[in-house]
Design a protein around this ligand. Sequence first.
Ligand code: G1P
Length: 277
Amino acid sequence: MSVIHKCLFPVAGYGTRFLPVTKAIPKEMLPILTKPLIQYGVEEAMSAGIRTMAMVTSKHKQAIENHFKPHLEIESSIQGTAKEPLLDEVNQIIKQCDFAYIEQQEMLGLGHAIYTGKSLIGNKPFAVILPDDLCTNDDDSVLLQMTKLHTQHPDCCIVAIEAVPMDAVDKYGVIDGELLSDSNNTWLVHNMVEKPSPEAAPTNLAIIGRYILTPDIFTVLENTQPDKNGEIQITDALMTLAKKGKVIAYQFQGKRFDCGSVKGFVKATNAFAEKLL
Ligand code: G1P
């Protein structure tokens, strides 16, 4: 059984790539078909046995909180009709999970967002899901694959990775390392670089938005210097732990849609629609 009980969702960002819709609607509330991105993320966390969702959010994102609360007026208006089951999934989530929220007051990078969630997490290993990266798999979800791997490496942080075209590496954290013996998908990480140019990238193995972090990451984040844009990067903090042999990269099974870009969002919509229609 997994020892990961909490998942952190950094969801405070402005989502400026999706303006104008993100003026009033959090990007995590944009739907793939009728379900918002954040719900896919929460469902993936649940599939890995997690029942506590820690949201690092901002004051403009009340809609996320509302989504994970009962809506009694709507419920009574659809009660006994064919539409009643449409709220079943989210109501099951509300019933089974605890949601905790903390406000990130300044946008100072993913490392800063994760550090902001410290008081919600405590001192146990935890998961992080970036809901922009929508992952699907017919078998175990990506996070479940990672929590299983975590039981074999309880002292290590784990990052999910995917091979991307070399000309796309500058959108990601990129790792380098050695394959663990008997494995073709699990690396012991030696090097990590945030958004390198293709020329400077050590490999094309890009980090995608799934992490399992050990609580010592918080102390490391406290001592991680901001990058040239003034942002504290989780990649830089993880590099500190990688130097001690404490970071593993896992090439997951499944498909990832980059819903942080309009193109990826449309691809995800089309793929989900194809299954439905
Ligand atoms: C963040 C991380 C990056 C990672 C990416 C995955 O970047 O900083 O290392 O590869 O998420 O989606 P962002 O997309 O927030 O710029």
